[in-house]
Write a protein that binds this ligand. Structure first.
Ligand code: GTP
Ligand code: SPV
Ligand code: MN
Length: 596
């Protein structure tokens, strides 16, 4: 199967540990994809959607207990606890490995084991890295085929000795003779483990088949393992979209944006600008790998090859580009099914159809008090499905602005700019956001600190992570590095409605951001940073009252005293005596600017 001894030995080891019935190498051809897809349909694991409406597309329904990332079962396993730091769950490899080995023993009985060589980033690109995922889930194999570059071209590089990340995955549901295989096998919660071993560049995932728990190239590798590799090698692995923007004069810029899970990255990456003359194109919607090149600028590339996007809220008016991206060759997970064998989710159409089959396979009628789709239902589609995919999506592009953002019903204005790069690092470190359905079992709606949108994804100690941002800063200078901004599309009014229309209208804010990257003087200085001079902001044709505008852009001292109080108690919990110098200084400066 391979000339690479490390890979060969590892496959043999896993095969004898997990005892699959059949072993299949993922060669990466369309025929192989189609065969495995058809097999899933035949075995009742997937539903083939109406080929006239949704060619070559499938619907999977997960087990109701396995619908999102499970942060409480996600571990950074390092020899020393301090290397995982205060924000990660930690168990030492010596303790955890025997537990997981015990679970893996015979776990693939009755199943097919897929060996999937994959590349994060275009095959052979200087930013790219390789992995091999071994999994007993055909759903994972199909999704990895879309989300990564996989198959023989990657295996060739591994054969030539290019290093790779070992990523082992099992749904944790062995089949004994006579057992009926459930359509979505998984293991009970206390047997689920999503473990990163950064010291060995290795991932062991057990018991969940869903998204980031199971598609190991994504969060486990491209964020947790890669962030640790990036720290050691002097680059960055971030939870960021990459967007190409061309203004009416034809000037092109690239920006990145770090928003927590289900907080608007895919939507911004696919924005259809409402401002006339502006053009937006997609480079990436979830992850950016970034390096500073010789010219002192920060370059970003999307390591993924597909979208694993939230369906909920996606409509012709909010995100027509996403709808176009899922017209064909798409896998849907946990959406509802229409009577004519197509998919439906909340907000897809203004009115729901009379009858649907809900995401758990039951009849659903309009007016029901339950929604028919899961709030974390998702689509998997290839990047090349996207009608506005930037032609340079397989290149590293120079970044002019970094946006941080989150869901904050109060306090945080629609947009503000950091005073400089180090202040931008501070803004990233204090990010807060309401928890969404992308995380299982957390308190949805509660605001939690999610620094850099990386809380669940930093593969090492957060203190070192913050200092790594500072180290990156010292490789270049403020004038060459991206300018840093904070956006909040999610501020609410007294009736709990979003004040800002969002989506395409966010282009008005992007315009201001790009003007600021070239130093245009259209701002006001506040203690938290620069906000737009409302009079100079392009708000034509927006139906916003003066009152709404005031709320959107206000920096309210009382609110900020509370916020600073909250930041201080958060900092002392997370960093205690080891607070990175940059944060200590920036927090003191902020208090001084507020005169508190
Ligand atoms: P992950 O894939 O989990 O990392 O999420 P994401 O950051 O890519 O989030 P996504 O763009 O999928 O958006 C999540 C939800 O937020 C969807 O329901 C969107 O409709 C909604 N959303 C995105 N942008 C906006 C916006 O500008 N305004 C409002 N009100 N909602 C938005
Ligand atoms: C996220 O939760 O940030 C996602 C979805 O992008 S998952 O791949 O499941 O992590
Ligand atoms: Mn994400």
């Amino acid at each position: 199967m391979t000339k690479n001894k490390v890979l060969k030995d590892w496959i043999e080891e896993i095969q004898s540990l997990c005892q699959p019935d059949v072993v299949v190498l993922w060669e990466g051809s369309q025929t192989q994809y189609d065969d495995v897809a058809e097999d899933c349909v035949r075995k009742g694991k997937a539903i083939r959607l109406n080929p006239k409406k949704r060619p070559n597309s499938l619907l999977f329904r997960s087990d109701p207990s396995d619908v999102a990332r499970v942060e409480k079962r996600t571990f950074i396993s390092t020899t020393l606890e301090k290397d995982a730091g205060p924000t990660n769950n930690w168990i030492s490899p010596d303790t955890l490995k025997p537990i997981m080995l015990d679970l893996y023993k015979g776990c693939m009985r009755g199943r097919t084991m897929y060996i999937i060589p994959f590349s994060m980033g275009p095959i052979g690109h200087e930013f790219s890295k390789l992995g091999v995922e071994i999994t007993d889930s055909p759903y994972v194999a199909l999704n990895m085929h879309i989300m990564t570059r996989s198959g023989m071209d990657v295996l060739k590089l591994i054969d030539d000795g290019v290093p790779f990340v070992k990523a082992l995955h099992s749904v944790g549901h062995p089949l004994n003779l006579g057992d009926v295989d459930p359509s979505w096998p998984s293991a009970p919660m206390d047997h689920k483990y999503i473990t990163q071993f950064p010291e060995e560049n290795m991932i062991w995932s057990y018991g969940s088949g869903y998204g980031g728990n199971a598609l190991l190239g994504k969060k486990c590798f491209a964020l947790r393992i890669a962030s640790n590799q990036a720290r050691n090698e002097g680059w960055m692995a971030e939870h960021m979209l990459i967007l190409k923007l061309t203004d009416p004069n034809g000037k092109t810029n690239y920006i990145t944006g770090a928003f927590p899970s289900a907080c608007g990255k895919t939507n911004l990456a696919m924005i259809k600008p409402s401002l006339p003359g502006w053009k937006a194109e997609t480079c990436g919607d979830d992850i950016a790998w970034m390096r500073i090149k010789e010219d002192g600028r920060l370059y970003a590339i999307n390591p993924e090859n597909g979208f694993f996007g939230v369906t909920s809220g996606t409509s012709e008016s909010s995100n027509p580009i996403a709808l176009a991206s899922v017209r064909h060759d798409t896998i849907f997970t946990n959406t509802a099914l229409t009577d004519d064998m197509d998919v439906w989710w909340e907000d897809l159409t203004e009115e729901a159809p009379d009858h649907l089959i809900d995401w758990q396979g039951n009849d659903w009628y309009r007016g029901s008090s339950f929604r028919p789709d899961h709030p974390n239902a998702r689509f998997t589609s290839p990047l090349t499905n996207c009608p506005v995919l930037a032609k340079e999506y397989e290149e590293a592009v120079p970044i002019s602005a970094i946006l941080f953002g989150g869901r904050r019903p109060t306090t945080i204005p629609l947009i503000h700019q950091s005073l400089d790069f180090l202040h931008g690092i501070f803004i990233g470190s204090i990010m807060g956001s309401q928890i969404t359905a992308a995380v299982l079992d957390e308190h949805i709606g509660d605001v939690r600190r999610d620094p850099f949108a990386m809380l669940p994804f930093i593969g090492y100690n957060i203190k070192d992570y913050v200092n790594h941002w500072v180290d990156m800063y010292h490789k270049s200078t403020d004038d060459l590095l991206p300018k840093i901004f904070f956006v909040n599309w999610f501020r609410r009014d007294e009736s709990n409605r979003y004040i800002w229309p969002g989506f395409g209208e966010n282009s008005r804010i992007l315009k201001w951001i790009l003007e600021r990257t070239v130093g245009k003087i259209n701002y006001q200085i506040t203690p938290i940073g620069l906000v737009p001079d409302i009079k100079k902001l392009d708000l034509t044709n927006l139906k916003l009252t003066q009152n709404a505008l005031n709320t959107l852009f206000e920096v309210n001292k009382e609110d900020w005293i509370q916020e600073i109080h909250d930041i201080e108690s958060y900092y002392s919990k997370v960093y205690s005596v080891e607070m990175p110098c940059v944060l200590r200084t920036q927090l003191a400066n902020l208090k001084e600017r507020f005169e508190i």
